[in-house]
Design a protein around this ligand. Structure first.
Ligand code: ACO
Length: 323
């Protein structure tokens, strides 16, 4: 027998405003065709002026709780992955905690940029396995539209806003790869690559800043590191690519998603793709894809899923789980 962190609920929220690629043709030297062919993105959602990351996160959390048939009283901890919290402090997680009416337990943010949700899942799993929490709400929520340089065509067309959430619950498994729940995780970072992807501002440098990215350099690292981290997570679970029903990748660029699947020896039929509709929503992209994948009828109970993500840091990782 072994404790497992099992997904018992999933949900998401996307802001109402949908911005198609053509919008950018009005203000930038770009085209819908360039954006589609280079990134796979067709549209993205942007939060309203007065809509914050914790607003999106709270709505996604409520959807996940409803899906699980649970209330905030059933939750012991909230782990929220974001790089775009409402305030410098308190954490967006504690703001969500209050909005849900949750008066016990604990809540905190995790910041690993686009890999944030994988890091949050891994930490939530550790809290459950160490007996510190029985049920954890794991949220990825971002308003990357707030850190775009709208004059930089090489970045501002790629990102979007949104939120997704999972409820993890401790359940007993047999200790085999047939168990439902998180089977293995793999986390990595290498701070020497800071200059490839960063925001040129922050509290200690006294500004908000804008996202800066050497996209083609990030691309060079992405496919190899993502395929490798996914393989490591699978190996730790005693599995291989052949066992995978769904790759649920971070949704940054369709060419990275295709390249990673190919390197793992899996066809695109086994990949949940939402990048065309959401753009890159950083830490929100994986829970959004899990929620949409379930809604579409792609992800079913018992399916073996591997999630993988890479982002600023560089930070990257993967989680192998059975739905
Ligand atoms: N419209 C038209 N032309 C453009 C645009 C645009 N929106 N943006 C850039 N270009 C131009 C460039 O200026 C360049 O022109 P030049 O050759 O005259 O200098 C040309 O297109 C090619 O630029 P590249 O950057 O080499 O294009 P590439 O094929 O690499 O695609 C992209 C760019 C889409 C950014 C890609 O590199 C990518 O997706 N990289 C990875 C991004 C990523 O995964 N980030 C990680 C997660 S994000 C996070 O952690 C926050």
């Amino acid at each position: 027998m072994a404790g497992r962190s099992v997904v018992v609920g999933v949900g998401h929220y996307l802001p109402e405003r949908v911005v198609p690629n053509a919008e950018f043709e009005k203000t930038l030297d770009t085209t819908d065709e360039w954006i589609r062919t280079r990134s796979g993105i067709e549209r993205r959602h942007f939060a309203a002026e007065d809509e914050t990351t914790s607003d999106l996160a709270t709505k996604a959390a409520k959807a996940a709780l409803a899906d699980a048939g649970l209330t905030a009283d059933d939750i012991d901890a909230i782990v929220l992955a974001t790089s775009t919290a409402d305030l410098t402090f308190p954490s967006a997680a504690t703001m969500v905690q209050a909005r849900l009416g949750m008066t016990r337990g604990f809540a905190f943010d995790v910041q690993a940029v686009c890999a944030g949700f994988v890091f949050a899942l891994s930490n939530a799993n550790a809290l459950i396995l160490s007996g510190q929490a029985k049920r954890v709400l794991v949220i990825g929520a971002e308003t990357f539209s707030r850190i775009m340089d709208w004059t930089d065509r090489s970045t501002c067309v790629l990102f979007g806003d949104g939120a997704g959430a999972l409820v993890l619950e401790e359940q007993e498994g047999q200790g085999t790869a047939q168990d439902r729940g998180i089977l293995a995780t793999d986390l990595n970072s290498d701070g020497r690559y800071k200059d490839l992807l960063y925001v040129d501002g922050g509290v200690s440098t006294q500004s908000t800043g804008h996202l800066r990215m050497q996209g083609n350099q990030v691309f060079r690292h992405a496919v190899e590191k993502l395929a490798r981290t996914a393989e490591v997570a699978l190996e730790r679970a005693g599995l291989t690519g052949d066992d995978v029903d769904w790759i649920v990748p971070h949704q940054a660029n369709i060419r990275i998603i295709q390249g990673t699947a190919k390197k793992m020896g899996l066809p695109m039929d086994n990949v949940v793709v939402t990048v065309q509709d959401h753009g890159n929503t950083s830490a929100a992209s994986i829970p959004l894809a899990l929620s949409v994948g379930k809604q579409r009828g792609q992800i079913k109970p018992g399916d073996l899923i591997v999630t993988e993500a890479i982002g600023g840091g560089l930070a990257w990782g993967a989680v192998a789980l059975r739905w």
